[in-house]
Design a protein around this ligand. Sequence first.
Ligand code: GSH
Length: 236
Amino acid sequence: MLQLHTFGPHFNMPDASPFCIKGLLLMKLSGLPFETTQMSFKQAPKGKAPYLVDGGKVIADSHFIMKHLENKHGIDFTGGYSAEKLAIGWAAARMMEEHMYFLNGYERWMVDENFWKGPIQFFKDVPAPIRPFIARLIRKKAGKTHQAQGLGRHSNDERFELAKGNLVAVEAMLGKNKYFLGNTVSGADASVFPFIWTASTPYFKSRIADYVRTRPVLEDYLKRMKTEFFPEYQNG
Ligand SMILES: N[C@@H](CCC(=O)N[C@@H](CS)C(=O)NCC(=O)O)C(=O)O
């Protein structure tokens, strides 16, 4: 059976990582039987989750997992949409995965209150006496990543303005659609929904989350997607 390796449920959501929720949604959309397994940094080909184990093959990265499902299992994630619509989906996916992800990650990892409530849980297997030390070390590494990526160099107000820009754009693209591109679910939903969901969870204190709660179009989309695909996390 196909095995999707993820971090597992955290923060009242099916996974701490939006990329893993994307992987889960892709698997659900594929209709193929699959199970989820705890990821291992030793096994992860790119040192990240999710990755998919399909027989003897290990496929790293949510995009390449999607490609693998298409090429090896004949799954169609296009939803039958036109090239123009799919281009919107591609652009939105990059906006969410390469931009929004970091804006939200900053809130979780760099805001003290959020870090000691959320990401600290990732270190629960580290022996208690050295746990705070290791956690601070990894947090420092995350800070360097945000600096190198660039968004970590902005002020809080500037980061919020950029996140708001993403949310306004997604809202405009969504319009009255049921799913991201129209009335049929597609791979684009797997790249948009998890990133809005994880950015808006009430679990963390965040202006981004507060803003999503003022946008009925985004809220309704989240609610529809959770109800259909993750009903057990309705309140996450
Ligand atoms: N491009 C990758 C990104 C995956 C990714 O960034 N995963 C993060 C969790 S959100 C991770 O595993 N980070 C662990 C690390 O960097 O050490 C994908 O689409 O799967």
